[in-house]
Ligand binder design. Structure first.
Ligand code: G4P
Length: 283
């Protein structure tokens, strides 16, 4: 199946982001740990030149723990700071402040030499839609933090959220767009629910999913739905899932579309187990 993406207002977003990037010291790039390649936009390397970088492997609770570790090591080997987090529960967020200080140590040192004391590090959160930028900002900021308000002449009406005495966050996340170098990128983003399901044929996507996942996590689907081990990975597997879940149409036939939807919902909610669709070896 052909997976499409319609960027719409993204050109304006990119222009805005190049302006915003001038105001910050650090880029916090949020990725989806399950699709750590496809949920990144490589343009950020160009846009963020000269800025300190921190990559967050968000939704790490839904991804394979072994693969999460590999990604953390991969980034470390490239000299990029990276942390596994779960913005929904808050797990892993505590480690951020220390890592930010480490990533920005040159700036801190520069300030110190110039006699500037306690100038907060300014950061911006970027990522493609649905990786969890808003969840992260809300969760990381917590309830206690106050917006610092406008600072005329310095921030030109930008809102900054004070995270701590040494870190401020631009309150509007920078929205990047996925980069479709091949159809597989779109396909994986569709699997995790980052491409509007309205433009996707659920049944075809579910079949693509079953085939893809069968190579990485053989039997995960069969185990979850308690299907016969020899169930083929074609439309018959959707039939079987439908039967198990009582998806019947008025004539007594199995409702394949409903079965496909159940499968994708179960996967997205992590009910099939923690799975990663991409690992560093695929690069
Ligand atoms: P965005 O700003 O980047 O577009 O993403 P947003 O924060 O809206 O998050 C998209 C979805 O991802 C939300 O789910 C959010 O709860 C979920 N999410 C964000 N971070 C994590 C995480 O670390 N782990 C898990 N498991 N989920 C995460 P939703 O279904 O749209 O909303 P909700 O029903 O969860 O409120």
């Amino acid at each position: 199946m052909n997976y499409q993406w319609y960027p719409g207002h993204m050109t304006k977003a990119k222009r805005q982001m190049s302006e915003d990037i001038k105001l910050i010291d650090l880029i916090i790039e949020i990725t989806d740990a399950r699709v750590a390649i496809s949920s990144r936009n490589p343009d950020i390397d160009e846009l963020g030149k000269g800025k300190a970088r921190l990559v967050l492997l968000n939704k790490s609770d839904l991804a394979d723990p072994e693969v999460n570790k590999k990604w953390a090591e991969y980034y470390k080997s490239k000299g990029i700071y990276a942390l596994e987090v779960n913005s929904k529960s808050g797990a892993g967020l505590k480690a951020i402040q220390a890592t930010v200080n480490e990533a920005c140590k040159e700036k801190i040192e520069r300030d110190r030499k110039r006699g500037i004391k306690n100038r907060p590090i300014r950061a911006m959160v970027v990522g493609i839609p649905n990786v969890g930028k808003s969840t992260f900002i809300n969760s990381f900021a917590g309830k206690a933090v106050a917006k610092t308000g406008n600072k005329p002449g310095v921030t030109k009406g930008k809102q900054w959220i004070k995270m701590s005495k040494s870190l401020e966050l631009l309150d509007t996340p920078g929205i990047l767009w996925p980069k479709f170098e091949d159809n597989a990128t779109g396909m994986k983003l569709a699997f995790i629910g980052s491409i509007n399901d309205e433009i996707i044929v659920t049944e075809e996507m579910a079949l693509d999913f079953v085939k893809y996942i069968d190579r990485l996590y053989p039997e995960a689907v069969i185990r979850h739905y308690e299907l016969a081990p020899d169930t083929p990975t074609d439309h018959r597997i959707l039939e079987e899932i439908g039967k198990k879940r009582g998806c019947l149409m008025s004539g007594g036939e199995t409702d394949i579309v409903k079965a496909a939807r159940i499968l994708m919902d179960d996967y997205r909610a992590g009910r099939l187990g923690r799975m990663s669709l991409e690992s560093p070896e695929m690069l």
